[in-house]
Write a protein that binds this ligand. Structure first.
Ligand SMILES: Nc1ncnc2c1ncn2[C@@H]1O[C@H](COP(=O)(O)OP(=O)(O)OP(=O)(O)O)[C@@H](O)[C@H]1O
Length: 298
């Protein structure tokens, strides 16, 4: 279980994360969505203890990542956004080295490393130096490094990026499997739809704070239909007609009625036209998850 309470992190005078709260329970996948620069990586780096919070606390299995760093770290597997390893190292010795942090003996570590390299399809490259690994291979290796100690909690920073479609499916299945084992998982992405199929909840981050947390149920109901209308001669009378069909918003050009597809569009059109409103455009439209996300973070 990971608990982030009132986390703030400043770099000089710049506040990258500001009073951010997140709780990731056992057996839960929490998505962390936000545009570039929103504060996702900073949050993850603070949660794995490689940078210190300016204020706030982070606990991992109830161990404070600052005050009880060793105990907390043993319970975390971290896959950085851009995995970078000692270029001249070969995979098995490096995995054995990492396993040492988790208190795993060398023989057992070697056995696990080989098994996992087979599982992740990089066993054929076991003798190759890491500097010759492709980006996708490095990601797979980074996943093994995060899992070698079988920790209870995982921090995956943009882990689905940079993988081919097979890789995305494999990693998605792997994350779901970790969840089934009762692990807590924080998975960041700047693409909301990448998180949609795996996350139990998605926290949307903007300017370093969580602006909204979406449940699975919310996700199911997003991307539903609304009605988009453009009128050449809008006025209060026209808005009154719209309000009879549902709650509406306007971006200054178009009006939108949110209604899950229940508006009788031809009846709305008829009522507007008989009152001499010039309907330029009227259509049922899908708001995609990405539209919703972009509206929320812009
Ligand atoms: N070490 C640092 N020194 C100064 N500013 C930093 C540092 N690390 C991050 N920042 C700034 O903090 C803000 C948040 O960055 P962060 O990497 O957490 O965003 P992100 O949501 O992970 O973005 P991306 O999707 O691009 O990886 C950015 O404005 C970034 O430039």
């Amino acid at each position: 279980m990971i608990e982030i309470l009132h986390l703030s992190k400043s770099f000089k005078n710049f506040k990258a994360v500001s009073d951010l709260n997140l709780e990731i329970n056992n057996g839960q996948i929490m998505g962390l969505a936000g545009l570039n620069g929103a504060g996702k990586t900073t949050t993850i780096r603070a949660a794995c203890g490689i940078i210190f919070p300016t204020s706030g606390t982070i606990t991992v299995n109830n161990f404070d990542i600052v005050k009880e760093k060793i105990k907390a770290s043993r319970n975390i597997g971290w896959v950085p956004e851009l995995p970078n390893f000692e270029p001249d190292a070969r995979p098995v010795p490096l995995l054995k080295y990492y396993a040492g942090f988790y208190g795993i003996k060398p023989d057992e570590a070697e056995k696990n490393a080989i098994e996992m390299m087979k599982q992740f399809d990089i066993y054929n490259y076991r003798n190759r130096k890491l500097k010759y690994y492709s980006q996708g291979m490095k990601k797979r290796f980074a996943l093994i490094a995060a899992m070698i100690g079988n920790p209870d909690n995982y921090l995956f920073d943009e882990t689905l990026n940079g993988l081919d479609p097979n890789g995305v499916k494999e990693v998605r299945d792997l994350i779901i499997n970790l969840k089934k084992q009762g692990k807590s998982i924080l998975l960041s992405s700047h693409i909301l739809s990448e998180l949609q199929n795996v996350a139990d909840k998605i926290a949307i981050v903007k300017n370093g704070s969580v602006v909204k947390t979406l449940s699975r149920d919310d996700l199911m109901h997003l991307g539903t239909t609304g009605t988009k209308i453009h009128i050449k001669n809008p006025d209060a009378g026209m808005e009154k007609i719209l309000s009879e069909f549902g709650e509406f918003t306007s971006d200054g050009t178009y009006y939108y009625i949110k209604n899950n597809g229940e508006v009788d569009v031809s009846e709305l059109n008829r009522q507007l036209v008989i009152k001499n409103y010039r309907v330029d455009y009227i259509s049922m439209e899908n708001e995609t998850l990405e539209d919703y996300f972009l509206n929320m973070v812009k």
